[in-house]
Ligand binder design. Sequence first.
Ligand SMILES: Nc1ncnc2c1ncn2[C@@H]1O[C@H](COP(=O)(O)OP(=O)(O)OP(=O)(O)O)[C@@H](O)[C@H]1O
Length: 331
Amino acid sequence: MLKVQIDSFGYQEKPILKDILFEVVPGEHLALMGESGSGKSTLLKIIYGLLHVEDGSIFWGEQEALGPNFNLVPGEPYMKYLAQDFDLMPFITVEENIGQFLSVFERETHQERIQELLELIELEDFAKTKVKNLSGGQQQRVALARVLAQEPEILLLDEPFGHIDNFKRNTLRRKLFPYLKKKGITVLTASHDPSDVLPFAERTLILDKGELVALNTTRYLYKNPPNHYTASLFGHVNQVPMKLLKSYSEIDRSVLVYPHEFKFSDASGLRVEVTNSLFMGSFYLNESEAEDGTKILFKTDTEQERGDTIFLNVSLKTINKRLQVGQKANT
Ligand SMILES: Nc1ncnc2c1ncn2[C@@H]1O[C@H](COP(=O)(O)OP(=O)(O)OP(=O)(O)O)[C@@H](O)[C@H]1O
């Protein structure tokens, strides 16, 4: 079990993280989500032992991760950290970069392991290429192979596909995360991209300005976001005033509704006027405005005309699950 407790941490005087307490079971994949600057990288760096935390502790089972004030070389042998600025040797080849991270005691299996990792990151054809001649995305994949070389017990990934184009990113994550699961590696992934998180992370931890604001199974958080901030990390979301959905409603509350959750009717429901219909490939994302000026995003299969009037409905089940305190309309 990984146990993380950080009562407070700041770089200088300014507090960055406070009251962080959570556990991760071996083999679990936990995602860390939060807007830029919320403290995801700082949290990973503390866990790995790059930053010293005065008020707190990190335990992996019975072993305490001691941090930079105790370890001459930062980091723990059972843990690997893929930083945003991957740290490669530019003048040697891809296979040499990976080989450097393999155990000197198992030289006879090096070539086989390097081949396995090259296949995983889909860079077999670049084994003999010097790293300086690779693109940013290819370098990030080599960095990934390096941290996997010795099969860590815990893997900390900071925006692992940040430099990789969409096409490769999709195939890579569909290969990488099941590979890590099969190997039983405990994974913490900091990401902005819901496609890294929704299909692969069993649980998700939400950071807001350095505070842990939600921690639950990823599916539960998606379906029952505790606030607009959490829901918006998973994609577009509307914060619809309750009074717009049910005119008889007395309550001063709003409901979080994802754009695909609206149903349509010919004459009843929330009346909106389409202001724009954005082609998204497999669907259209429509921008619209209610009579009181509230902006609503909704999804359709076909393009809508600017100026069209549409009646939107939300199921009672969704309303009951997503009622929020406060009326602020937001998308
Ligand atoms: N070395 C540093 N010295 C001082 N402040 C720092 C340092 N590194 C990060 N910070 C500050 O700490 C806060 C959290 O930064 P951090 O990089 O952990 O956020 P993040 O959630 O990982 O952001 P992003 O998603 O953009 O990577 C930010 O306000 C940042 O400016």
